[in-house]
Design a binder for this molecule. Structure first.
Ligand SMILES: O=C(O)Cc1cc(O)ccc1O
Ligand SMILES: [Fe+2]
Length: 454
């Protein structure tokens, strides 16, 4: 565990954008934080005093069963101006394209590639919640097994609106635009090439200053962990100290707020007469966090052959089957490529897992054409895929000198042991599915030569 007192400002942030936001460092740590305007707001030595300091209410947010083993137990105590329960009735939220009906379309095993998803059009005002669109998924939030992949596309702040997901955790991968996120735990700012995880039940508000787009991996009923490192040793890949959690920050605003909830795959909304971001102090190990992908310590082959992409796993949500993920978040970061006598790009592949890929920046090494930032691909279970013709011919003939691969680029993969079903939005409504994708493999030549004397 890391010190929960260490406060930092990440190196890549520009001062003009950050309003001096501070963060706590560590992954899975026990943190505590008080808004400096109210020193001593955290009760001393107990969670539920008869009267809390400053007349605050105590509220526990549980991210695991009370009885989960200590290593998996997640909860935070929030000390807030009013408890969350003071809201009106929920009704349906009529906007957005969030679904969890995986039977909307017939199964389709074809390789799929989406052109960059649309940003809101000129003159349209769409906030983060209204701009959520489900592309594919599997499982059921009621059973707490499964996942959904969404694209968000928005251009205005959420104003007096807070959102929480009762179904699971959101791993948000911005691709265009900075997200200024206010949560019950404090404020975070996330730029493209950073990710943020906001876990089940945590209320948040997203402020954007222009057209913004990104990908969301939602996992139902479980949480992300750092992958085990095995023989890599105690350090490497995503290091715990690079995960950043906000410090407590509150607003005391008696105004009408809408609370939007994703519950059993649908959006609901209710009103309350005050801001939900009224937590003055908190302590616990169930928190939102962000991570800069630049900090990933890349490990790979320095001799020969192509490592499986699991070597680039940032975060994993494990299933009950040993070593098998409901969802892995894997990146393809800039690195040196040095393998000798090796076909260096990704190999041709058929997988018992589903592979959904997105592109944050630049180009993907196995396909330089047609897979563009803000777009996506899906290679379903056992559907063949791999380098396109151009990539194969080039990599089979190039001189194998050390070179930087993927400089200025960042592709990623959501890999899942579940079979993913594409929604109507993903297949039709978004109008981005590229019917020509399969053609990138059509020109793969026969190079086979039989020996002349057999
Ligand atoms: O492009 C893909 O399909 C992802 C991928 C990358 C890689 O380096 C090896 C296997 C693999 O599936
Ligand atoms: Fe693959």
């Amino acid at each position: 565990m890391l010190s929960n007192r260490e406060v930092c400002r990440p190196k890549q942030m520009k001062m003009s954008q950050v309003e001096n936001l501070q963060y706590l460092r560590g992954f899975g740590s026990e943190f505590s934080s008080e808004d400096p305007r109210c020193p001593g707001a955290l009760p001393k030595g107990q969670n539920s005093p008869q009267k809390c300091p400053y007349g605050l209410y105590a509220e526990q947010l549980s991210g695991s069963a009370f009885t989960a083993p200590r290593s998996d137990n997640r909860r935070t105590w929030l000390y807030r101006i009013r408890p969350s329960v003071g809201h009106k009735l929920y009704g349906q939220f009529p906007k957005g394209n969030v679904v969890h009906d995986w039977t909307e379309c017939e199964p389709n095993p074809n390789q799929m590639r989406w052109k960059p998803f649309d940003l809101p059009s000129y003159g349209e005002s769409v906030d983060f919640v209204e701009g959520l669109n489900t592309v594919c998924g599997a499982g059921d939030p009621k059973l707490k097994v499964g996942l959904a992949i969404h694209i968000y596309s928005c251009n205005v702040p959420m104003k007096n609106r807070g959102f929480y997901n009762a179904d699971g955790d959101f791993l948000i991968v911005p691709q265009v635009g900075t997200l200024k996120i206010t949560t019950e735990f404090g404020r975070l700012e996330i730029q493209p090439n950073e990710i943020v995880v906001i876990q089940q039940g945590m209320r948040f508000n997203v402020n954007v200053t222009g057209p913004s787009r990104g990908y969301i991996l939602e996992i139902f009923g479980r949480h992300f962990v750092l992958p085990d490192l095995g023989p890599i040793g105690a350090n490497g890949l995503a290091n715990p100290r690079d995960f950043l959690t906000p410090v407590a920050w509150y607003e005391d605003r008696d105004e009408i707020y809408e609370i939007v909830s994703k519950y059993q795959g649908k959006l609901f909304v209710c009103e309350q007469d005050h801001s939900p971001f009224d937590v003055v102090a908190w302590h616990g190990n169930y928190v939102p966090y962000k991570y800069n992908l630049e900090n990933f310590m890349v490990i790979n082959s320095v001799s020969f052959d192509h490592c499986d992409p699991s070597i680039f796993t940032v975060l994993s949500c494990q299933s009950d089957q040993k070593g098998t993920a409901i969802a892995d978040f894997v990146i393809f970061p800039p690195r040196w490529s040095v393998q000798e006598h090796t076909f260096r790009p990704p190999y041709y592949h058929r997988n018992c897992m589903s592979e959904f890929m997105g592109l944050i920046l630049g180009q993907y090494e196995a396909k330089r054409d047609g897979f563009n930032p803000g777009g996506a691909t899906l290679h379903s279970i056992m559907t063949p895929h791999g380098p396109d013709v151009k990539c194969f011919e080039q990599a089979s003939n190039e001189e194998l000198v050390p070179f930087r691969v993927a400089d200025g680029t960042q592709a990623f993969m959501f890999e899942s042991c579940l079979g993913l079903a594409v929604t109507k939005w993903g297949a039709k409504v978004c109008q981005k599915l590229d019917p020509d994708y399969f053609k990138c493999w059509q020109g793969l030549k026969k190079h086979f030569k039989e020996p002349e004397f057999v």
